[in-house]
Design a protein around this ligand. Sequence first.
Ligand SMILES: C[S@@+](CC[C@H](N)C(=O)[O-])C[C@H]1O[C@@H](n2cnc3c(N)ncnc32)[C@H](O)[C@@H]1O
Length: 318
Amino acid sequence: MLTLSENVKVLRQKATLNAVEHLDQGLYHYFKDTFHLDPSLSRSIVSFQANKTREIYRWYKFKEAFSASLVEYLLEKYKIVNGVILDPFADSGTALFAAIAKGINADGIELLPIGQQIINTKKILALEFTKDDFSTLKRWSLEQPWKKSELQIPLNELRITKDAYPEQTKEAIERYLGACEQENERVRTVLRFALLCILESVSYIRKDGQYLRWDYRSGRRQGKKPFNKGTILGFEKAICDKIDEIIFDLQTRGKQKPLFTSKHSKGTINLYGGSCLEVLPTIPTGTYDAIITSPPYCNRYDYTRSSRWFCCTGKNGS
Ligand SMILES: C[S@@+](CC[C@H](N)C(=O)[O-])C[C@H]1O[C@@H](n2cnc3c(N)ncnc32)[C@H](O)[C@@H]1O
């Protein structure tokens, strides 16, 4: 039985969802005549899973994004070969990096710090990382300097993630963060990114859509069927494996091809951190040759089935 205030909340939620549905229908009808089916867009091209065989894209666990192949397909299909594109919901920057690899400049806008961090790390690795930085990364995997670090930087915890890590792991993470402070900004960014990539695997938590599921070993109250997430990795193994994976990909890049940019690539990335609602009005009309994006979507996780992406081309909006 719901209380009065809970009932009001439910009614408000329903009204908001109905309003969103109404707007969605309006948008659909407005663009209806421009939609067309493209049978060559298979699930394997569109889904972010297609990125998982590519360097860097497989470093972090992430699926709320589209694939680099889709962006490449769109650039080719609409003959976008130079100029500048925009992704106003840039997230992990798939559109931006696929574009600069083809020599096209790319602007991105991203609200959340996590997306900004992923993009900045990719940018550093693609364009700024030096040989010395690379050697430092190797040393970290071999010598594990955090073990001797006297500086511990306390892990910021929210109420919903409190006690997410075994005590020993939490201490190792805090020492790792402390040791990172000894390195230059480029290396520090990559090391912190490596940490970000392994946090779930060393925790009691598994992200399940927009929910967090807690393993029975966390001590948190369990439902009828206790949740067992399987192996919870030790910090050392997880972080060294991740750093080694990054090193392996960077080495492959050195021997074979650049990580993102091709030999003749001149593309650059410009990231605006913040809301596109505030940034877009400051950008002059006609700045972009194309917009390739996928907007935020509510409670939808299967990208291929339920999400939408857009590609608009032409400075005059054609
Ligand atoms: C579906 S994701 C885009 C995925 C991206 N195309 C990719 O492949 O990596 C939507 C992104 O929009 C961001 N976002 C939501 N509201 C925003 C706003 N007002 N301004 C900028 N970014 C926003 C979210 O943080 C999220 O990263």
